[in-house]
Design a protein around this ligand. Sequence first.
Ligand code: AMP
Length: 487
Amino acid sequence: MDLLSRIDAWGQSSPEKVAYRSEGAELTWGRLVRESNALAGAIAKADIALDSPIVVRGHKQPELIIGYLGCAKAGHAYVPVDAGVPEARVERIIAAAGAQLVLTPEKIRELVVVADDAPSRRGDASSPHYVMFTSGSTGEPKGVVITRGCLEAFLDWTLREQQFTVGGEIFLNQVIYSFDVSVMDTWSSLVTGGTVVSLTAGDVADFRRLFDVLASSDITTWVSTPALAQLCLGDRRFGADMLPRLRRFLFCGDVLTPEVATQLIDRFPSSDVWNTYGPTEATVATTSVRVTRDMLSRYPQLPIGVAMPGTSVLVEDERGNAVPSGSRGEIVIVGPNVSPGYLGRPDLTSRVFSVRNGVRAYRTGDWGSEQDGLLFFHGRMDNQVKIAGHRIELGDIEVHLASLASVRAAAVVVANKNDRPDSLHAFVVLADGPAINEREAGAALRRELTALLPAYMLPRKFHFLERFPLTSNGKTDRKALTAMLTA
Ligand code: AMP
């Protein structure tokens, strides 16, 4: 049975069961399937080009799930955009995607009232299923195209590896839907007839509310970036008594530290802790490993695991030759889960994607090494960073800062805490000379940037200089700027 038919079957067999719950709103399986069919019917009538993706914009409302499924049933890729993304950036995404339709929860509610039948154009393995926009180094968000075949390759693997209880799993969703770690919880749940308990930004921002939601969630599978678990571990109540049915933690998207893994193993003796790794360009995750106490005592940092079957994860030097075991090189992924490329950007695509022996390959820009048959991650080769799981190109922030009238030059660096990237710091040369009141100047820049960038990309602090320190070949000396943070 194909992916969409498998999902539909749950609507028939368990119509009253809850498929999705967030901030008190619930969506049953029956409504999900019925309304996604109706939405697909409405989309088919809307007379938009079949190859044009549809933007689905909102923050964790149940209608978004109807939207994603409705797009897929109508043969369109969906572009998830969180409600927290400022208007100006949404406009750029709409233009880059060539989207002719934008669905919001309100619009979806409007469209599903007419009970249309879903059209029969559901697409195949080569059809784009979703397009996720990530931060681009030039300031333009870039859209990663993920086909139905990519998604199926990922789901087949994770379902086989995790042996989710069919019809009985409750998944925690933390990340926003424009971050592909959400695919791990939501599409795994959709295909296995589970329930998603989704946290809103408001839930995560308020500790008491977060713990109330968790304690009443009954979750069996936790999916998040390591940052959320680290936050929760700060409270002693976070343990097996609070989540008695929890069987596994699935982490992805950022470094899982030995400290966090050890505490989780101690506090949740009946739950497995998994570290999974992969870029959006290779569909959510490509490698995985169950963290054991033995592993924690053997290695100073945790491995990111072994490749999913059918996909090769290589470590190569700059000429594309495999490096010896234990040496560092670039992680390259070759497999059916690799994206065909960036939407409408053959220039960017050809820089990092290729085809090897008929199989798609992606150069990740991640430093890695192999030891004892396990892969290890050693940071980025470029200026991409992860702050609390969010993927950010420093260049993306710099371009927007430099575009402000009051700014002559801008550079953004990262401050570390406990050896991990922690916060963004902007260094600015103002067009009209030194700032008289640096606090006010910083607040003014922050206000302007808020209209251009999502909140997680806003620098924590602005520092003003008369000129930037330069390296011997005349480039901005980022190391010297970073050193100023600790001076
Ligand atoms: P994204 O496309 O947002 O999923 O970010 C992908 C990047 O996050 C990778 O290229 C890595 O740099 C980093 N990453 C993802 N998973 C892990 C992990 N388990 N450990 C360390 N870094 C990770």
